[in-house]
Write a protein that binds this ligand. Structure first.
Ligand code: TYM
Length: 344
């Protein structure tokens, strides 16, 4: 039986990278899943607090994330949509996994290093870096492993930046099963075709919610005007003619890839797509890209606005209550086996 699980941090309205790299895939899986399969999608607020958050803003972001998930096409009747913090078994399993997780393995993971702005290959840490490194940020992957394993998920759709975390989750499952019997399921990663959408202003970096410059990303709620402005100011180059060359021309190539994932639906390659537009000026090409993004996002944006301003102000608590009830049932079934196996 297929069990799909994935999560997203409530740290602002999702951007085009989240959409193409993950959310679109979540919806596709939902729409194509066999009736007996289970899909769980979580707003991972416990992960969000691994860096300092303002409580009121975090609550608002949680609401915006739920509205975004509905807007992109998830159906709370079909998929279990819930807040991570409403299902305590995630944290409980995290503790149990922590008791066998290797600090050596966690030390090699790259996310906490990038949050501390350290190079990926630092080792050992100096005292001042250690003082800045919070235990929660360091053990973030253990909570992520628990998210997936507590539902015995078989498939996890994510963007490429999460592959390392899922490799670790499989390692946690195997380590647990090795000592306690075959209880947890090592999950398979499903990488979406648009596994790494790049920043518009620094195309050597991935598009991210945490970059300072809001022009580096397009949000799924952006107006046509905002989309046009952001694409217009996207960093490209002054070479005339449009060609696909991610090494030499990262900016233009990122725009070609975005267009490819929006329009070409894998029937053509990025090179072929670039060839179609080779004679356009950069300005005209950018207009084409902005049009395609707007075309895709316009219904999502409308739906987002209508959900956010729904006169029924209970939709969020109703949805979260129903989602967390179903998620608790799924997690509790695993936890009964885990507790039994560990002797708790
Ligand atoms: P988060 O909130 O950073 O991102 C959510 C999803 O969006 C994908 N993504 C991208 N894909 C392509 N290009 C980009 N520029 C881009 N930026 C983000 C991410 O790969 C992700 O799939 N740790 C996770 C959340 C999490 C989780 C889990 C995921 C917590 N528990 C369990 C899967 C399973 C995170 O911070 O995602």
């Amino acid at each position: 039986r297929q069990v799909v699980f994935s999560g997203i941090q409530p740290t602002g309205v999702p951007h085009l990278g989240n959409y193409l790299g993950a959310l679109r895939q979540w919806v596709k899986l939902q729409d194509e899943a066999a009736p007996e399969s289970t899909l769980l999608y979580s707003v991972v607020d416990l992960h969000a607090i691994t860096v300092a958050q303002d409580p009121a803003r975090l609550r608002q972001w949680r609401k915006e994330m739920f509205a975004s998930l509905i807007a992109v096409g998830l159906d709370p009747k079909r998929s279990i949509i819930f807040c991570q913090s409403a299902v305590p078994a995630h944290s409980e399993l995290m503790w149990i996994l922590s008791c066998t997780a290797s600090i050596g393995y966690l030390s090699r993971m790259t996310q906490w290093k990038s949050k501390l702005a350290l190079p990926d290959n630092v080792s050992p840490l100096d005292e001042s870096s250690k003082a800045k490194l919070r235990l929660g940020l360091f053990s973030y992957p253990v909570l992520q492993a628990a998210d997936v394993l507590v539902h015995r998920a078989t498939h996890v759709p994510v963007g490429e930046d999460q592959s390392q975390h899922l490799e670790f989750a499989r390692n946690c499952a195997n380590a647990f099963n090795h000592t306690s019997g075959k209880i947890l399921v090592p999950p398979e990663t499903i990488l979406s075709p648009a596994k790494r959408v790049m920043s518009l202003t620094q195309p050597q970096l991935k598009m991210s919610k945490s970059h300072k410059n809001p022009k580096s990303r397009i949000l799924i709620s952006d107006s046509r005007d905002e989309i046009t402005k952001k694409i217009k100011s996207a960093l490209t180059d002054s070479i005339s003619s449009i060609t696909y060359d991610p090494q030499q021309r990262p900016g233009v190539s990122n725009l070609i890839e975005i267009l490819y994932h929006l329009d070409a639906a894998e029937v053509r390659s990025c090179h072929e797509l670039a060839h179609d537009y080779k004679d356009l000026s950069m300005r005209a090409f950018k207009e084409k890209v902005a049009d395609s993004i707007d075309e895709r996002l316009s219904s999502i944006r409308d739906k987002y606005e209508s959900v956010m301003h729904d006169a029924n102000t209970h939709w969020l608590s109703d949805m979260n209550e129903e989602g967390s009830r179903r998620a608790r049932a799924s997690a509790d079934a695993t936890m009964a086996l885990v507790r039994e196996a560990v002797g708790l």
